[in-house]
Ligand binder design. Structure first.
Ligand code: FES
Ligand SMILES: [Fe+2]
Length: 333
């Protein structure tokens, strides 16, 4: 553990966090990333399973993610020591006949793949990942957008995704209209570590560039957004227009360090299945870039979880519930 890591609450290390899209982890090449300031290497063995280990070679501290994969082992790029998926060094080319010292290993972490993401927990995970039955439904198609790298804590990135008052100002014409600045009524129900809330608002018109919403044969010209906010940094949002057409957003933020995050936004729909993925990907790039310049300007870079800091009005009810719940579950820092 390094010094910076001690600033994170223990419970945060026992949560699943995303560390990459599944498609980013190829069989031939490891990937280096950071989670809660811990250097991680993510890689696959030939059976397709994915592994997460500390990205530091015990010999001279080199990043294993700069190395390569050979015979289901991760090979350090400096002196080619070979590590298996349990993190044990199993071959030292400079001394092939010695008994390998017990110390020759690197820590491994809990690692699973779900919803097209690789998830890692640094300690034994306390919570399940959210249930998203649509993901395995043949009528639905999912598209990866981003990822979105921001110089802000995951708490700021997450709260921005739940913020209902900014749409007309930050995303005019795309998600909101400055002529309608009011935030619809929204009640938050908290069940354990999940916040449930929903809003209904008039549908924003589809633009010619981004025909992404199901606005054609809608039953009512309004959109219902049903949110599940899973502490600490996951949102499942379902959009509906009163008919059979539905859209689903899985947004989840990787806490890279105290001031850096990476957002993954996976979008599913049961309509427009033939539309090119780039339409949604380009749309979200525009939206997230509009948010990024605002959120990266926020100080402090982490959400202040004490409600006496900043100023909350009634329409900020989601943020107030989020901040209280994060504190209650000892997930705040
Ligand atoms: S630093 Fe990794 S093998 Fe020497
Ligand atoms: Fe936004």
């Amino acid at each position: 553990m390094n010094d910076a890591q001690q600033n994170f609450p223990e419970k945060l290390k026992a949560c699943w966090h995303p560390v990459s899209y599944s498609i980013e982890i190829k069989k031939e090449k490891p990937l280096g990333t950071f989670l809660l300031d811990e250097a991680l290497v993510i890689w696959r063995t030939s059976d397709g399973s994915v592994h997460a280990m500390r990205d530091i070679c015990i010999h001279r501290g080199t990043a294993l993610s700069l190395g390569w994969i050979k015979d289901d082992c991760l090979v350090c790029p400096y002196h080619a020591w070979e590590y298996n998926n349990k993190g044990a060094c199993v071959f030292i080319p400079q001394a092939p006949d010695i008994d390998i010292p017990k110390k020759a290993k690197t820590p491994t972490y809990y690692c699973v793949e779900k919803y097209g993401l690789v998830w890692v927990a640094l300690e034994k995970p306390l919570y399940q990942l959210p249930e998203i039955p649509e993901y395995n439904d043949k009528e639905w198609k999912f598209v990866n957008t981003g990822p979105f790298d921001w110089k802000s804590a995951s708490s700021r990135q997450l709260e921005n995704f739940t913020d209902l008052g900014h749409f007309p100002w930050v995303h005019p014409g795309l998600l909101g209209d400055p002529k309608r600045p009011e935030v619809p009524e929204c009640k938050v129900m908290v069940k354990d570590r999940v916040l449930h809330y929903e809003i209904v608002r008039p549908e924003a018109t589809n633009t010619e560039d981004f025909p992404v919403f199901a606005n054609d044969d809608i039953v009512k010209p309004e959109r219902r957004s049903v949110y599940e906010l899973h502490l600490p940094y996951t949102i499942v949002l379902r959009l509906g227009w009163g008919g059979a057409k539905g859209m689903l957003y899985l947004f989840v933020s990787q806490p890279i360090s105290q001031n850096e995050s990476r957002g993954y936004c996976i979008i599913g729909r049961n309509y427009n299945l033939d539309e090119a993925d780039t339409v949604l990907q380009n749309f979200e790039q525009v939206i997230f870039d509009q948010d990024k310049r605002i959120v990266e300007s926020q100080r402090p870079r982490q959400v202040p979880f004490d409600l006496t800091e900043e100023l909350h009005l009634k329409f900020d009810t989601v943020a107030m519930h989020y901040r209280r719940a994060m504190k209650r579950h000892n997930l705040d820092y």
